[in-house]
Design a protein. Sequence first.
Length: 183
Amino acid sequence: MVSRGRRFVAARLAIAFEKSARRRGSGPGALIGIFIMVDRVSLSITLGGDLPAALRGDLLACIQNEGLARDYDADAFTADDFPSDASLSLYAHEVAWGRVDLLEGFCASHGLSYVRWSGGCAAQFGPERAVFNGAGEVRLFAADEDDRLVIDIDRAKRLGSYEAIMAHFAAGDLLVPPLRFLA
């Protein structure tokens, strides 16, 4: 099993390599100097928990590197945009594969909870909600384009009871705590 720290480093390297390849016009994602299009969708992520104040700049760098903002089509995120005592909600359109691996890896490495919704791309992947409670594994849930959790008849049968179905929905509806920077 790969540790969270190694996944975080691997995600950082992959993103840096992808950006470098885009600039050079070679490497993964490029074909004879032409960047290959990827599936891009809208995304929202809400994160929170306690983080040492010394890591505030690292979190800011992750957010800026992912191109996230306080609202869809808003100005780039700055240090002034951190909430004083609330969870941090971030948004973006045109996110490659609907993933923000660098930010999610940072959150996992530092025990920050998050809930991420990503839109779907026709015939490629459906909308999903990723839930991380600050420890353990990220749980993925099927969602619709309005960030509502959905299940199909097969999952309902596997869950077996009304109580299990409701527990499934409750697990996907994590209340993210406020983001606090600790001295």
